[in-house]
Design a protein around this ligand. Structure first.
Ligand code: SF4
Length: 224
């Protein structure tokens, strides 16, 4: 009983101290007590929407003056596999979606060949606006645009990133090694594993390379 009385007294003491604290805070102009509630965790879809908003009607590099549409990226925000190409071509520029031309149709077949659909993966490019006459993106353009791709990858956190073609592989891995040496093996990249393979547009011109791409896809399927 004595213990209970002592506990009650201590509780009362704590309440008095708290009241006094709140009173002092009010006198100093503080309207409410600080809350320690954690920030709500954002979904990957929300994070991607925020990145798209941040990109806005981007004029961070000179490619903005040639484009019809920004090609942000498309697919499943929860994707375990992300494909990264070089940049939009003519069809992509018109439609605002990556890989929708002939090379895109081949990419769809490649994705289907490992029993996945375009809706299950995510597809993006190193740069988001079409370079004039489909020339290679220039260093200042990559510097301006690539950070947004990196933010997208960090939001999605895919298990596997497949770099399509020399340009994407060399840019992401910051190397000038040839695609023939880079392809076919997993390389740690941020929180993912990156594997490079030939670009579908290259495959359209060099069908003898299809077997190697199929080998790379089998590795992706096993790792997936
Ligand atoms: S390529 Fe990227 S950085 Fe350049 S204008 Fe387009 S979205 Fe902006």
């Amino acid at each position: 009983m004595e213990d209970l009385d002592q506990l009650a007294q201590e509780m009362q003491q704590v309440l008095y101290s708290l009241q006094e604290y709140v009173h002092c805070q009010k006198e100093e102009g503080v309207e409410g007590l600080p809350t320690l509630l954690p920030e709500p965790v954002k979904s990957k879809a929300q994070l991607l929407t925020e990145i798209r908003k941040e990109l806005g009607d981007c004029k961070r590099c000179k490619l903005n003056s040639h484009r019809k549409n920004i090609v942000f990226g498309t697919g499943n925000p929860e994707a375990r596999l992300v494909f990264v190409g070089e940049g939009p071509g003519g069809d992509e520029d018109i439609q605002g979606e990556p890989f929708v031309g002939p090379a895109g149709q081949l990419l769809t077949k490649i994705i289907n060949s490992i029993n996945l659909t375009r809706e299950e993966v995510y597809i993006a490019n190193i740069i988001k606006c079409r370079p004039p006459k489909n020339r290679n993106p220039e260093p200042d353009e990559i510097k301006a645009c690539e950070p947004f791709l990196i933010k997208q990858l960090d939001a999605i956190q895919p298990k596997i990133i497949c770099a399509l073609g020399t340009f994407a592989a060399q840019t992401l891995l910051e190397t000038d090694e040839k695609i023939s040496r880079l392809r076919g093996r997993f390389i740690p990249f941020r929180n993912s594993k990156l594997i490079a393979t030939f670009h579908p547009a290259y495959l359209l011109r060099n069908s003898q390379r299809k077997r190697e791409v199929w080998e790379d896809m089998k590795k992706i399927r096993q790792e997936y």
